[in-house]
Design a protein around this ligand. Structure first.
Ligand code: C2E
Ligand code: MG
Ligand code: MG
Ligand code: MG
Length: 278
């Protein structure tokens, strides 16, 4: 009867939950060893200027090649890393990797090159550690501050306390650029523009994707670009996948583009070849 059915579905439900929990714990355990086992690496995705097509920026995107499970997407393991606190160690590793390469790339291929690094909330919340050490590291390595851009997401800013903005202002003061990532997807985005130092807005790819068929999204993109211009903020459009999107954004006066139409995220070796060719 109905009672049995209820019982069964409850059983399945808890079994599912258990399976999910076990999977997460296993993955988290594996992630703990990923750094020392050399399973993490970075792909670089070029970002080009609409004005002259030059790729003077690239976003560093973290990758995990699991020995048995193959590639695991950052959207799957970054949240785990954030919840467990591992993100601090992982982010520091990403930063070190970028530092190792950026100066060499500037010297050999592109003087203006800037690498964009994604950052997570806990990096700013921790009182002592982590993110402010990055400034010291840049100085020690003799890397110009403008070589680095920090991307912050609105979920970071939603929890914004004075500590976050204080740290962001410190970076800004030192010459590191700050970008609001996934702009338009969080809450009260516009108010952050008042409170936080922002050099760049990255229009979320969900707007760009539907720009050609949902006319409201086109209007929103254009409005964001106009607003940013008036505030002296530069705009990067994410997820540019077609010539049509590229042309529309270009006509709207968007400053930079990033997406499969321009270039896919690529290995360090391929990125060097890309820089050499451009
Ligand atoms: P994000 O910062 O918004 O990065 C852009 C995402 O869009 C990347 O996904 C990129 O591969 C993807 N993408 C680029 N061009 C296109 C396109 O034309 N079409 C589509 N559909 N997608 C495109 P990915 O590499 O899977 O990274 C997902 C998210 O993981 C990132 O979103 C970022 O929030 C996070 N993440 C990646 N690396 C790091 C890291 O080192 N640290 C932290 N904290 N988060 C990271
Ligand atoms: Mg990003
Ligand atoms: Mg984004
Ligand atoms: Mg994101």
């Amino acid at each position: 009867g109905a009672k049995d059915l209820g019982k069964n579905s409850y059983k399945y439900y808890t079994q599912d939950m258990q399976a999910v929990a076990v999977k997460r714990i296993t993955l988290l355990n594996d992630l703990r060893y990923a750094i020392q086992n050399d399973e993490l690496f970075i792909e670089y995705q070029p970002i080009t200027s609409f004005k002259d097509g030059k790729a003077i920026k690239a976003e560093a995107l973290l990758r995990w090649q699991h020995p048995e499970k193959g590639r695991i997407a950052p959207d799957e393991f970054i949240p785990l890393a954030e919840e467990s606190g591992l993100i601090i160690e992982i982010s520091n590793w990403v930063f070190e990797e970028v530092c190792k390469n950026v100066k060499r790339w500037q010297t050999h291929y592109c003087r203006e090159l800037q690498i964009c690094i994604n950052t997570s909330p806990s990096q700013y919340f921790q009182q002592e550690t982590s993110i402010t050490d990055w400034l010291t590291r840049l100085l020690d390595e003799n890397i110009a501050a403008r070589s680095i851009l920090l991307e912050v997401t609105e979920n970071l800013l939603m929890e914004a306390d004075t500590n976050v903005s204080k740290k962001l202002f410190q970076f800004r003061q030192a010459g590191v650029d700050i970008a609001l990532d996934d702009f338009g997807t969080g809450y009260s985005s516009i108010s952050y523009l008042k409170k936080l130092p922002t050099d760049y807005l990255k229009i979320d790819k969900s707007f760009v994707k539907t720009m050609t068929d949902v006319s409201n999204d086109k209007v929103l993109c254009e409005a964001i670009i106009v607003m940013a211009k008036k505030l002296g903020i530069k705009v990067v459009a994410e997820g540019v996948e077609t010539q049509e999107q590229y042309d529309i954004l270009n006509n709207m006066g968007c400053d930079f583009g990033q997406g499969y139409f321009i270039a896919r995220p690529m290995s360090k070796t391929n990125f060097e070849a890309f820089l050499k060719a451009h």
